[in-house]
Write a protein that binds this ligand. Structure first.
Ligand code: SF4
Length: 242
């Protein structure tokens, strides 16, 4: 089976444990206002076969094994091509390669049920806890389905829950309270939170694509802002990834 992809990275170090082969699939159904890779939104024509992916992973296998790394499927949104992800992950497991899924969680529940049996770890990015804020930051009307999927995933697999801290937007008292509420209501087996500071490095890509960037006025958070959000989460008994 073949999948639409945007790019690959053979020595990825930020998308899961150790050194990883990261395949960025093309296509995204969220289209976040702060996306730093808007060039991944459209599918384009680049395709790769599942066995071809495994052959490439095997080329660098010694590095992945020595570092405790493996294979990460990212995007765009990989769960828009669940059959392909499931097939590649299945082949990874047959070849003893660890698998990480990097997703924003918007897809049918059945899609997760296809992929999770072959998934070791999930990086789940929740864009906003409050539905109204989620609507503002993405093109999706509500985050209900995403939170339901987060629940399905957290019940079955270790999850690193990623959350972008944007000063004055995602760090408000009411939003953080809603974020804590969601996490505490999850039947999680192994969940930690990774707070990511908002950055503006993707703006040149928006300009190159001639798309208006609506968050020009937002500045990256100061260290104190990151620390304050961390304090609130840890005080609520939530484990941090770092
Ligand atoms: S889900 Fe990820 S790839 Fe898609 S728009 Fe949001 S940040 Fe960009």
């Amino acid at each position: 089976m073949k999948g639409y992809y945007h790019s690959k990275e053979t020595f990825g170090t930020v998308d899961g444990a150790g050194i990883r082969y990261v395949l960025f699939l093309a296509g995204c159904n969220l289209q976040c206002a702060f996306c730093h890779n808007p060039d991944t939104w459209k599918r384009g024509s680049k395709m790769i076969g599942s066995q071809e992916v495994i052959n490439e992973v095997n080329e660098y296998r010694s590095f992945y094994e020595a570092s405790g790394g493996g294979f990460t499927m990212s995007g765009g949104e990989p769960m828009m091509q669940p059959e392909f992800v499931a097939e590649v992950f299945h082949l990874c497991k047959k070849n003893n390669i660890s698998t990480t899924l990097d997703t924003s969680g918007l897809c049918a529940k059945e899609a997760f049920m296809k992929v999770l049996p072959y998934t070791d770890h999930v990086l789940f990015s929740l864009k906003a806890a409050l539905p109204a804020l989620h609507r503002k930051l993405t093109t999706v009307k509500t985050n209900t389905a995403i939170i339901e999927n987060l629940c399905i995933v957290a019940k079955r697999k270790p999850v690193t829950l990623r959350y972008v801290v944007m000063p004055g937007i995602t760090d408000s008292e009411i939003e953080i309270a809603a974020f804590i509420h969601i996490i505490r209501s999850l039947p999680a087996i192994d969940l930690s939170v990774d707070l990511l500071p908002y950055h503006k490095m993707g703006i040149p890509k928006w300009k190159a694509l001639k798309m208006p960037y609506s968050l020009d006025y937002v500045e990256p958070p100061r260290a104190e802002v990151m620390a304050e959000v961390k304090v609130q989460l840890t005080a609520a008994g939530i484990r941090m990834a770092y």
